[in-house]
Design a protein around this ligand. Structure first.
Ligand code: M3P
Ligand code: FE
Length: 314
């Protein structure tokens, strides 16, 4: 019941054809649809619903919305009431507003990011099917990403003005959407300021994350790979395609993920990562990272924070 997982991201790109080529050739997604406005819909091979990424044309990069799938249609009505009771306005978008997708419950997180919930999207099956499937399909391209896994949203933090959108978002998704808190970063006097959180609805450490920054934005969308050797191969694919790599393969302390960060041709940050981390459960003690160890939390090996990593985003 309630939220299942991240369903799709809708992002802005400056050149649809060039962006589609990146997500196809580098990530290994397939274009499954183009609508009459030219928006491109793509899917990873191990996903069963019709699409997980929408590219829309714009003069700058960034996020349109993130969408999470809920288990059943009635969850949308229940959640509509609880979101409104919490004081956040919602809107129902009719079935078909997005192709192959049922009605959507649209609202803004306290940080301002647009979130949509939906229960129905055409199920087309994974590329290996559901009957006696092979472990992977023959036509894997590029990094061969399995699925769109999570997103990280940058949220405004301004302690002098009493603004902490990380904490507000975290409270909202926990109290209203039923997310569990896996990890958090606490900074400031007595480590009293919640500056980053990783939250789950699945059994992996995060399905969404919020990190403090000077303004709201999209830090990255992340795609799942099987293991460390796939991460290394993904980096090779990026080098072959002259992709702008932000952080070469390394490990996060937070979530234990093995990761690469890179940019799509418009400058939207992508992550390919491996490792399901650990079993995330609502009763698991929350992991807390303190400000003095934050470097290790983000980049476990060097322990060195790279300013551009937290300051450059769309
Ligand atoms: C992840 C992850 C930042 C930390 C990012 C961590 C932006 O992306 O998947 O665990 O500080
Ligand atoms: Fe991530």
């Amino acid at each position: 019941m309630g939220v299942l997982r991240m369903g799709h991201a809708s992002i802005k790109v400056m050149d649809l054809a060039v962006a589609a080529q990146h997500y196809e050739k580098v990530l290994g997604m397939k274009t499954v649809h183009k609508d009459s406005d030219g928006n491109v819909y793509l899917k990873c091979w191990d996903e069963w619903d019709k699409y997980s990424l929408i590219l829309t044309a714009s003069d700058q990069a960034g996020l349109n919305h993130v969408a999470y799938k809920v288990q059943q249609e009635s969850d949308l009505d229940t959640l509509k009431k609880s979101i409104e009771n919490y004081g956040i306005k919602t809107e129902i978008l009719a079935e078909g507003t997005l192709p192959f997708t049922g009605r959507m419950l649209k609202f803004n997180l306290p940080s301002g990011h647009e979130m949509r919930l939906y229960a129905k999207k055409d199920c087309v099956g994974t590329d290996v099917g559901s009957t006696n499937p092979d472990p992977w399909p023959d036509d894997i391209r590029g990094a061969g990403a399995h699925w769109l896994d999570h997103c990280l949203l940058m949220c405004e933090l301004n302690p002098e003005k009493g603004i902490n959108k990380v904490a507000e978002n975290t409270k909202f998704v926990m109290e209203v959407l039923g997310f569990g808190l896996a990890e958090q970063v606490m900074v400031g006097p007595d480590n009293s300021i919640q500056a980053a959180t990783w939250l789950f609805r699945t059994t992996t450490p995060h399905d969404i994350a919020f990190v403090a920054g000077p303004r709201m934005g999209l830090h990255h969308i992340a795609f799942f790979l099987d293991g460390w050797s796939d991460v290394l191969k993904a980096a090779d694919v990026m080098a072959k395609n002259r992709v702008r790599i932000d952080i070469t393969p390394t490990r996060h302390g937070i979530t234990r993920g093995e990761t690469i960060y890179f940019f799509d041709p418009s400058g939207n940050r992508n992550e390919t990562f491996a490792g399901l981390g650990y079993l995330a459960q609502p009763d698991r003690p929350v992991t807390t990272w303190t400000e003095d160890q934050l470097g290790r939390g983000i980049f476990y090996h060097t322990g060195e924070l790279n300013q551009a990593f937290t300051e450059v985003y769309t």
